[in-house]
Design a protein around this ligand. Structure first.
Ligand code: HEM
Length: 380
């Protein structure tokens, strides 16, 4: 196979949709993040029939029915974090609000309140935890992640996540052997039975790795982008306050515009099933395809609803969508109810990138470096 930076991309709404559905030609049977892990993320990096077996086994963790009762705890957390920023006279939406909110929600979803400080210390991206702790994450490292380029030099490392997972699964397996009751998500995974057997340690890591890595920087970007947009566009904020039915459509539109998981890898297979090469499914390009979306670079919360590619398409579409949507809805309900009269205290720092070339090029947000706000009525 060729090196990662020579890979072909499948771009545009219809081509991406067709490729995502053609799982025979575009296989997920690969191992991503090759610079930082040596096991597959599950069920993400499996093809049927194993994909179906594992997806069914972990499905209960993601059911909307299991997440909905946690909404009041998400809302209490949002209210606390918003009040904290106000009490300090202002703050940064990425680091003071979206990051602690998403980490707090994950501790609620997985019933692991004791892990809050450790998970927070990793920052938005678990693979950059060490660089984050040292206060020196470079934009190149973040770009390597977005571009799915694993053969370039970056600050990425799996040490923080894998050290943590070794500890919690040692504990969970000991608890299972001792016949202790299930307490949290790691107990559940350590006791899963798939294809009539319990899981190997690599399989446990594979599931846990998606749970901790997949549901983190993506939701942080969605929530940061939402607040950035609502501070910038008071008319949309007022409309949403008076029309709570429009919240789902707004979250979908922000998901389209931001495309927090912009690209995923596949292996293209030939007619006899032989592996040809890595290819990239460019979900961001599907979401910014001018033929599918009029004015794709405009955030239009009144846009007519149709399926976008923010959460993927086809068999591997995001299992965490209900978690992400509940977290975002809970957050938005508190923000709009308590709207803290925020304005930008300085111009937000946003890294935009041009993705693609020529007529095909799209302009997207790579990351929010800082979105500083303060109360309009504050004396600062
Ligand atoms: C805004 C937030 C999120 C976005 C934009 C997002 C995006 C995506 C996308 C595009 C895929 C498809 C990958 C592919 O085609 O290969 C995916 C899959 C997946 N996501 Fe998410 N995700 C988000 C949040 C979450 C959360 C919160 C979790 C769990 C806590 C999660 C867990 C998963 C899992 C397990 C899969 C694999 C599904 C499969 O292969 O069958 N995601 N996500």
């Amino acid at each position: 196979m060729t090196s990662a930076d020579a890979r072909a991309e499948i771009r545009g709404y219809h081509a991406v949709l067709a490729a995502a559905k053609n799982t025979t030609r575009y296989s997920s049977d690969l191992q991503g993040d090759r610079d930082v892990r040596d096991y597959k993320q599950i069920p993400l990096e499996l093809d049927a029939p194993d994909h179906t077996a594992f997806r069914n086994a972990v499905q209960p963790l993601f059911m909307a029915d299991a997440i909905a009762p946690k909404m009041p705890r998400f809302q209490a957390l949002a209210a606390q974090l918003i009040a904290d920023i106000d009490a300090r006279g202002g703050g940064d939406i990425t680091t003071d609000l979206a990051l602690p909110y998403v980490i707090g929600c994950l501790t609620i979803v997985y019933e692991r309140p004791q892990d809050y400080d450790e998970w927070l210390s990793w920052g938005p991206d678990v693979w950059l935890a060490d660089a984050y702790a040292a206060g020196e994450v470079t934009p190149e490292s973040q770009r390597a992640h977005r571009e799915r380029r694993f053969d370039v030099e970056s600050q990425r490392s799996g040490d923080a996540l894998h050290g943590y997972l070794a500890r919690v699964f040692d504990d969970a397996e000991a608890r299972a052997l001792a016949g202790e009751p299930e307490r949290d998500v790691w107990d559940t995974i350590a006791r899963l039975v798939v294809n009539d057997r319990t899981l190997t340690r690599d399989e446990m890591f594979g599931i846990a790795s998606v749970l901790l890595a997949g549901g983190r920087d993506t939701v942080i970007k969605l929530i940061t982008g939402l607040v950035w947009h609502l501070v910038k566009e008071p008319a949309d904020r007022e409309y949403l306050t008076g029309n709570p039915d429009a919240v789902a459509r707004t979250i979908a539109e922000l998901g389209r515009f931001l495309s927090p998981l912009a690209k995923m890898e596949r292996i293209e297979r030939g007619p006899d099933g032989e592996a040809l090469d890595y290819v990239i499914l460019n979900y961001a390009s599907a979401n910014h395809d001018a033929e599918a979306w009029g004015d794709p670079e405009v955030i239009d919360i009144h846009r007519e609803r149709k399926p976008n590619a923010a959460f993927g398409m086809g068999r591997h579409s995001c299992m965490g969508k209900a978690i992400a949507e509940h977290e975002t809805r809970a957050f938005l309900s508190v923000l709009l109810r308590d709207w803290p009269d925020w304005v930008f205290s300085r111009e937000p720092e946003i890294e935009w990138v041009i993705d693609g070339e020529g007529d095909d090029a799209i302009r997207i947000i790579d990351r929010f470096t800082s979105v500083p706000v303060r109360r309009a009525t504050a004396s600062a």
